[in-house]
Design a protein around this ligand. Sequence first.
Ligand SMILES: Cc1cc2nc3c(=O)[nH]c(=O)nc-3n(C[C@H](O)[C@H](O)[C@H](O)COP(=O)(O)OP(=O)(O)OC[C@H]3O[C@@H](n4cnc5c(N)ncnc54)[C@H](O)[C@@H]3O)c2cc1C
Length: 462
Amino acid sequence: MPSPLSRRNFLGATTLFATAIATGNKSAIAKLPRASLPNPTASLVTRWDTDRWSLGAYSALPVGATASVRKTLARAIINNRLVFAGEYTDPEYPATVQGALRSGQRAARTLIANGLGPKVIVIGAGMAGVSAAHDLAISGAQVVVVEARDRIGGRVHTNTSWGVSVEMGAAWVHALKTNPLVPLAQQAQLKLIPSDYDNKSFRDTKTGRPSPSAERASNQLVSLLSQLENSWPNPSTSVASWLRQHGLPANRFSTWAVETGVVQEYGLDATKLGARAPTEGSDFLGGDAFVAGGYQHIPELLATNLDIRLSSPVANVDASQPSGVYVRLESDAVLTADAVVMAVPVSLLQAQSPSITGLSKAIQAAIGGIATGNLEKVILRYDKQWWGQETVIGIVGGGLPAQSSNFAPNSALRWTEFYNVTDVVGAPTLVGFSGGSAARKRPKSDSACVAEALGMLQAAFR
Ligand SMILES: Cc1cc2nc3c(=O)[nH]c(=O)nc-3n(C[C@H](O)[C@H](O)[C@H](O)COP(=O)(O)OP(=O)(O)OC[C@H]3O[C@@H](n4cnc5c(N)ncnc54)[C@H](O)[C@@H]3O)c2cc1C
């Protein structure tokens, strides 16, 4: 997740132009009318929302919810057979890789402490699943991990198609002071590059120039959110209502600030995000760092020597039988064990993919009580870094002909913040973010997403 707020302490490009950029077709790019900014040489676009095995970016507390739903699921032991792991079950660091890692460790501890084994199936080889399997295997359990994809890591996914490591999912390690990922990153010989969120420029697509109004709106939002974090708001209030009641004005600069500082942080629109969301979890101490060299090497490190069955989606888990737990794959093969760690995203549990036989109404309600937000990236690679040395470039939309004047959730809210990841990737690269419903409504084609992102940059740097 990107973070202007210390990440929880955190034009019109033509279709030809867009297609050429998105496909990295250099000869097509060379024939394009000269744009005021250099053209990227390649691009990548993420699609976590329609990815069958994630169905969104990460969990968030919607209006009406409190962190107790996470605790309920973290403590649950279904029929002495099944425990849950996953970022959504970690009340201290939810929605993060760190939370996923901790949740897997907690699930393993629960099985070991209750003598639930020795044969264990772990469903899902994301950070939560491999962390549970790693600890269980060390304790002497016989562990099999079943994973739907043809790779491990889940929402930690490093793309190497450019010959360098580019993060499609998680990119940061947060809260460096206490994060157990730090020693793992060192062990995997990865470099951690601290993020200086204060090294930021604010620009406006209406003027093509720096925007002091955006900077003021951002500062006001940061101050209001820190007030909110230290309060005990009514869970039935949304973050949007709370901010309005506490003086955030309704103008395009505040709308932009909320989009980058709230929506792209939590993945949910501020009208849907519960006011308790910013209050949950531990303080993130020690700042954040980008992982350089391939985040995926961390889950791979934990997965060393584990028995992992890739491309094996699970259709159903029956935890209601006294004789054992039965895991049926989509291929109809059935695996049996003494216990199961269910480490798939909460969005998948809600979609009953897999379904679970033997859940109480209370557990079903807790699963239904957590929302999944959206965060998507457009990643642009250039020959040369043309944008200065800032870490973050905030861009207020609304200045492009295609963007509606009323600044409703539309293209004006997408690609409103870019991160300079040249040092991290080892090549001149910008990553643009879009979150919440604006991300969900983005164009279907990657080339059109790239065109939108380039349009924002071109309008902001006229
Ligand atoms: C764009 C984006 C940016 C992010 N940025 C950051 C960041 O900078 N820092 C940070 O800390 N966090 C970030 N996160 C969040 C972080 O990636 C997740 O919180 C974390 O990786 C979740 O791990 P997990 O093990 O709980 O779930 P996952 O990684 O989703 O693992 C679950 C696994 O279960 C598998 N699965 C699903 N269904 C089935 C099935 N039926 N049968 C078998 N297997 C199945 C999936 O394929 C997957 O491998 C980001 C996420 C996204 C999407």
